[in-house]
Design a protein around this ligand. Structure first.
Ligand SMILES: Nc1ncnc2c1ncn2[C@@H]1O[C@H](COP(=O)(O)OP(=O)(O)OP(=O)(O)O)[C@@H](O)[C@H]1O
Ligand SMILES: [Mg+2]
Length: 162
């Protein structure tokens, strides 16, 4: 039996924490789809197309990593893609309560789908997209926290907004 995993999120933007989880997933499962959620936030920094492009570029040499987008219920998307595993990252206890609720709700909605949690390398465990955007916009250095391409795109965005 082959395992097709889906790693859902808003990825606005992709961080080294996400990259770490995707690489672990790509080693564990036959194939992993990074599924970027449409409308996750009202005002994302990066458009859907920008998030897809950046994520595709970072994983261009990973043949079993696919980048896709989805809207609506995750379990419906999973059914369409015939995927059986949801991958989520756990950074700290603070992620746990929300993630457990989501996992059990998704099990309620689709009993055959399993959620698998993965821990990132400790050095990435404090990173979130929200914090990256906040730190970057205040002039902080995010060099080792996001892929180089994402850092460049953040700089370009800031240039545009000046
Ligand atoms: N640094 C990280 N290490 C491990 N997992 C992570 C990390 N950052 C995010 N994740 C996980 O990735 C998945 C997608 O998360 P999401 O797109 O919300 O990213 P985020 O960084 O939490 O963004 P935001 O700050 O906008 O909520 C979630 O399961 C989340 O727990
Ligand atoms: Mg989050």
């Amino acid at each position: 039996m082959s395992t097709l995993a889906v790693y859902p999120g808003s990825f606005d933007p992709l961080t080294n924490g996400h990259v770490d989880i995707i690489e672990r997933g790509a080693r564990l499962f036959d194939r992993i789809i990074v599924a970027i959620l449409v409308n996750a936030e009202k005002a994302p920094m990066f458009t859907m197309a920008e998030r897809v492009d950046m994520t595709r570029a970072v994983f261009k040499n990973h043949p079993n990593v696919e980048i896709d987008t989805f809207d609506g219920l995750l379990v419906n998307y999973m059914q369409r893609r015939k995927a059986n595993v949801i991958v989520r990252g756990l950074r700290a206890v603070s992620d746990f309560e929300y993630e457990m609720q989501m996992a059990l709700m998704n099990r309620e909605l689709a009993g055959t789908v399993e959620t698998v949690f993965m821990m990132p390398a400790a050095k990435y465990s404090f990173i979130s997209s929200r914090l990256i955007k906040e730190v970057f916009s205040l002039g902080g250095r995010v060099h080792d926290l996001v892929p180089e391409l994402v850092e460049r795109r953040l700089q370009e965005k800031q240039g545009v907004n000046l």
